[in-house]
Design a protein around this ligand. Structure first.
Ligand SMILES: Nc1ncnc2c1ncn2[C@@H]1O[C@H](COP(=O)(O)OP(=O)(O)OP(=O)(O)O)[C@@H](O)[C@H]1O
Ligand SMILES: [Mg+2]
Length: 237
């Protein structure tokens, strides 16, 4: 399946009657890499969850590959090729690493699990351990590997680097850049590690209280430390 683009128009969404996402519009062309930045609580996770159909939509449209998906259930969105790695790693604690990976195959042959082990050798070492026996970083790897096994054409990643050692972060970002370069997947990356996110992205949006506070090219953000300070509240190192 080739990469699918994402178009969001005037999206308003939240939890029940509470509106968190307010009139968000954005476009990600097929095969592109969007970084979603912003301070804590600004709606980054809610935006990804809304794309996946896990929130209450109050208005607006979400389209994937030119087709409206707003009315589809989460499972139907997954079947359309949207892969989601949530901030809370959704692994099965009572299944082993290998069993967890099998749930991500989506009909692919079991041998494909070797791709996950090639990506994260640590998971091969832990293949017979239960999910609940893994460290936070290992759970993060497992959650990511399981989603990637399903070969998504649109990949939503919510802070995939959280809890990973710097050397693993480096490897993961190299891996994601290579994956993006295949042109087979469009990637939306929510990340607090600004420098790594800017290195990776082709476009950036900064969320501010549920809205798109700023959007543009990574270079424009990187070269304006005052803007970064104002929008994200951190110095860039
Ligand atoms: N399940 C929920 N029910 C009600 N409100 C929620 C729920 N989850 C998040 N919120 C609220 O929505 C707002 C945005 O939260 P969200 O998790 O999307 O932020 P975020 O930008 O991902 O933050 P962080 O950087 O801390 O992960 C916050 O005010 C939060 O309190
Ligand atoms: Mg979040």
């Amino acid at each position: 399946m080739p990469a699918t683009g994402l178009e969001i128009r005037g999206l308003c969404a939240g939890y029940g009657p509470t509106r968190v996402i307010d009139e968000v519009s954005l476009d990600v062309a097929p095969g592109q890499r969007l970084a979603v930045l912003g301070r804590n609580g600004m709606g980054k996770t809610t935006l990804l969850a809304s794309i996946m159909g896990l929130t209450t939509r109050h208005g607006g449209e979400i389209s994937c590959g030119g087709k409206a998906i707003s009315a589809l259930r989460t499972s139907a969105r997954a079947a359309r090729g949207i892969g989601y790695v949530p901030q809370t790693r959704d692994i099965f604690p009572s299944l082993t690493v290998e069993e967890n990976l099998r749930t991500g195959l989506k009909g692919r042959p079991a041998g494909a699990i070797d791709e996950a082990y090639a990506m994260f050798p640590r998971l091969r070492e832990r293949r017979r351990n239960f999910g609940l026996q893994l460290s936070g970083g290992e759970q993060q790897m497992l959650s990511m590997a399981r989603t990637l096994l399903g070969k998504p054409s649109l990949l939503l990643l919510d802070e995939p680097l959280e809890g990973l050692a710097p050397v693993i972060c480096d490897e993961l970002m190299i891996f994601l850049s290579r994956l993006a370069a295949t042109g087979e997947v469009t990637i939306v990356l929510v990340e607090q590690q600004i420098e790594r996110a800017l290195d990776f992205a082709s476009t950036v949006v900064v969320m501010e209280r549920g809205r798109v506070g700023w959007s543009g090219e990574p270079s424009a953000l990187r070269s304006d430390r005052g803007l970064i300070e104002r929008l994200i509240g951190v110095g860039i190192h």
